[in-house]
Design a protein around this ligand. Structure first.
Ligand code: FAD
Length: 303
């Protein structure tokens, strides 16, 4: 009989693992399981920024180049219309940061110095909801199945995002709440073609814009708190793009990031037939494909 693989969690990580496992071993019965449906965890509220030069110093992320390559390949599996390579404009917040940005621009061909920061030419904006749906369709087309309830299996992969802290309490994971605001783009104000990213970020989608994100190490609820998000994010908007200060706030979204030690994903075998992939922090889009592919090799090696 064919072996059964259950993947718990249908966010970026679960979908990517399902894709690589089924693609590499079509004989395996691969089932995605999520009580909340496809892409309704942190992945569903991700702002969609994908680049390899994060942090105050805009240093190349570890595994940045390889991860970017795998992520863009998987984006193309979901369809070229799920993302746009707009580039990303990172504004420096201080002279010290500008000096760091200059070093980054000297080292990397896709980082260009600007008067007030850097332009990351390779930066991408992903339409995350469409990406998640399309990636699921691609998985389904090669034979992956989906259920809302857990079913017995020979192999279990935990891609359970924030719930991993409860399901696997021994793992060294921390939870960080993030909230974004959706703003109405004012009529008469020219759309912003390139996303801005300093301490906060601003992405224009035409008639609306995403302003994000809060970084809350302490929180009581997983739910959106619009008052908190407005108080946290508006001062950053004022510095970054004051023309939008009077824009109407349409809604607030919240999600929970999972952070692992060393700011790197936590991807490993737990016991025979049990594996985990989590700890993507703020870089789920950059890292999900690369680490899911690596985990797929480990899973198949155990067959
Ligand atoms: C506000 C915000 C903005 C962000 N913006 C960006 C961005 O611009 N770029 C970027 O790269 N990253 C961004 N991130 C980070 C990114 O969203 C995460 O790194 C990524 O979504 C993590 O993916 P995941 O698959 O590990 O987890 P999730 O997307 O949280 O998926 C976990 C899934 O597991 C399911 N689940 C839980 N328990 C069980 C169970 N027992 N059985 C089965 N399923 C279960 C949940 O329903 C959920 O669907 C942002 C995060 C937040 C909060």
């Amino acid at each position: 009989m064919n072996k059964k693989i259950s993947i718990l969690g249908a966010g970026f990580c679960g979908l990517a693992v399902a894709w690589y496992v089924k693609k590499s071993a079509p004989h395996l019965e691969v089932t995605l399981i999520d009580p909340n449906g496809i892409g309704n965890g942190a992945s569903g509220v991700s702002a969609g920024l994908l680049h390899t030069f994060g942090g105050m110093r805009a240093k190349l992320s570890r595994f940045g180049r390889e991860a970017y390559r795998e992520a863009t390949e998987l984006l193309n599996v979901a369809g070229k219309d799920t993302y746009q390579k707009t580039g990303i404009h990172r504004k420096a917040l201080s002279n010290d940061q500008m000096e760091e940005f200059k070093k980054s621009a000297k080292l990397h061909d896709d980082v260009h110095l600007m008067e007030d920061g850097i332009f990351i030419e390779s930066g991408i904006v992903v339409n995350t909801k469409q990406y998640l749906q399309n990636l699921w369709r691609a998985c389904e087309a090669i034979g992956v199945t989906f259920t809302y309830e857990n079913t017995p299996a020979d192999y279990v992969i935990y891609a359970t995002g924030a719930s991993s802290t409860k399901l696997l309490p021994d793992l060294p994971l921390k939870l960080i709440k993030g909230q974004t605001l959706t703003l109405k783009w004012p009529e008469g104000l020219a759309p912003l073609k390139v996303p801005l990213n300093s301490k906060a970020y601003l992405i224009c989608h035409g008639e609306t814009a995403t302003l994000g994100a809060t970084f809350e190490r302490e929180f009581e609820s997983y739910e959106p708190d619009i008052e908190y998000a407005v108080n946290y994010l508006m001062p950053y908007l004022e510095k970054m793009y004051p023309a939008l200060m009077d824009a109407e706030v349409i809604s607030c979204q919240a999600g929970i990031r999972v952070a692992a030690p060393d700011h790197l994903p936590l991807v490993k075998r737990l016991a025979h037939g049990h594996f985990v992939i989590t700890g993507m922090g703020s870089k789920g889009l950059l890292y999900h494909a690369y680490f899911a592919k690596a985990l797929c090799r480990d899973i198949l090696a155990e067959q």
